[in-house]
Write a protein that binds this ligand. Sequence first.
Ligand code: GLN
Ligand code: ZN
Length: 774
Amino acid sequence: MTAKPAAAAARATVYGYPRQGPDRELKKAVEGYWKGRVSADALRETAAGLRRSNWRQLAEAGIHEVPSGDFSFYDHVLDTSVMVGAVPERHRAAVRADALDGYFAMARGNQDIAPLEMTKWFDTNYHYLVPELAPETVFCADSAKQVAEFREALALGHTPRPVLVGPVTYLLLAKPAPGVDVEFEPLTLLDRLLPVYAEVLADLRAAGAAWVQLDEPALVQDRTPAELDAVARAYRELGGLTDRPRLLVASYFDRLGDALPVLAKSPVEGLALDFTESAAGNVEDLAAAGGLPGKRLVAGVVNGRNIWINDYEKSLATLGTLLGLADQVDVAASCSLLHVPLDTEPESDIDPEILRWLAFARQKTKEVVTLAAGLTAGTDAIAQQIAANRADLASRADSPVTYDPVVQARADAVTDAEGRRSQPYPERAASQRAHLALPLLPTTTIGSFPQTGELRAARADLRAGRIDTIRYDQRIEAEIAEVISFQEKAGLDVLVHGEPERNDMVQYFAEQLTGYLATRHGWVQSYGTRYVRPPVLAGDISRPDPMTVRWTSYAQSLTGRPVKGMLTGPVTMLAWSFVRDDQPLGDTARQVALALRDEVNDLEAAGTSVIQVDEPALRETLPLRTADHAAYLAWATESFRLTTSGVRPDTQIHTHMCYAEFGDIVEAIDDLDADVISLEAARSHMQVAHELAEHGYPREAGPGVYDIHSPRIPSIREAVALLRKGLEAIPAERLWVNPDCGLKTRGWPETRTSLENLVAAAREVRADLAAEKA
Ligand code: GLN
Ligand code: ZN
């Protein structure tokens, strides 16, 4: 395969770059500012320095057009709210008093005012602040940040392209402000918003911007005809402006689908599309729409949200096809590089043989540049890079890290029966009742107890070699003993060991499974100043040794009451890791499930009668397009069942999920075939209990009666009221009493009283029920 030289030189570009800096300087500066240790000027200086070094890095790598305006102190959707003047009423005073403090008040709230709500940016692990809009919202343009950052880059000698959240996506991501009718659709504000975008575009034009990028990722989700009409109207109007830069409308994460012909026909000068695996279909759809005659196409062929090196030959083949479909084809990463860590170079702990398979933002930038060069000058011009790339890919494919024949054979041999409990739910529920002998309305918790400063210090001491494993283990055991003794005194029915040994619910297991890699500096922004280091699912997964049995058994040895074992489920293990790109997700999930299945079986063999498999990510991993839901839910539920079906009928399987909105997956939840589910419910006042009942959910459920997201202690009366509400939907024989989620972020004092109140509430309602019966 050789790509013909392109008519015009292909430009290399990206849509955004990690903001934090090589040593998370931004996090330190912002948090320092919050604590009053860093001045506003110093914070701005740090930010400018980070932008400067990012642009320099990009330009030195050979990127032609650098992004501007993608930098953020907290979140780019919040920046967009500021840009269009959509500051909620309750934050106006703070913003008026000080723009920067007001900005952070919107992000984090303060003593008196609640922040904006936060939610996931599409199917990534980045969270944005949800714009709050109302029928009476009046927008007004504030282009200051965009213009200033554009000028900054220009003055440094770069060719910046401002990147903005597009108007349609902005409105589709918004929600009705508190107190506004929930039926209100923010998209109805489009005509009021467009003039504000027109003003910002004019300001950027005046500052010298040739191109502006408008990100419209919301268009890769299923859109109604009315929404597609809004897209057409928006870009007809913005395209029709006379005083504006050229417009590049970008989409990513999935195929553009029905919105593609709409945008292709609109009077914008360019489209940016995702051409990675997750957006398969874009090439065909583009051809079917007749290509983009007269327009610029920016081809996202380098995966912007995974950490594997690109396959040059495959990308060049795609780019070659695209040459025939647009006037100008440029090369980019599929989405902002915000979703990957900065640089593989400092990863000195990773075997160089493995490191050569990985590409973080810096390496991806080079890939984009190389591919653009190949597209411009023909593949011969990058023959050396192609050869090296081929060798790197081969090294990965042939490595024993990637491929373990034992794991593959076991996964291939899985039978349907292995994914099914040996008895149907009603029968096993009876044997569990007999085996566990729990009272009506049994009380339990979700697994973790407060992760105290001492626990974190012990882990740091162990890492630094200040204490040895024996000392560390003693500290963990002491903590478990305290947690068990508290629960016995408090009167809980199903106890937990408190998870003191876990740094994180995914990392803890990843560190013990073969086939997983950990990075030292691979930080990725989760939200605001919170960064995570997702582990890498690098190869076939196996479990060399039991992972949790020792701690659960120790806890069980201290009490006569049942102690529940807790594991993180296969879907969540995938969702919060970087996944393999060389096999279907379902295959990886099945391998993880088999490793966890061994753990579940070992827990049972060690005398654990209640085992909980947490799947808080089950819903958030739902694909962006409805057409893909069924296939995802099939492997997701299968892997959960494979994890949990190897146990005896009298062993009780629990699952836990953290959210209240699960309407669209309630059937899948039933399909997990767990015996008990605990869910968030305190904030939604038991709404979930009613939804479960409406769907005829036949199993036991514990809608949370204690909101662990706040330090507030629920009173006995409050918990009783919630339980009574729960009883209206779920019969007493099937209702559990528990908090919303794990207690690891809470302090001990409030945890103690809250759980005592929870037990008291359960006892009171039990007594009432007994009296009613008598
Ligand atoms: N077992 C975990 C805990 O209690 C569950 C956490 C979660 O669902 N996010 O911390
Ligand atoms: Zn939870």
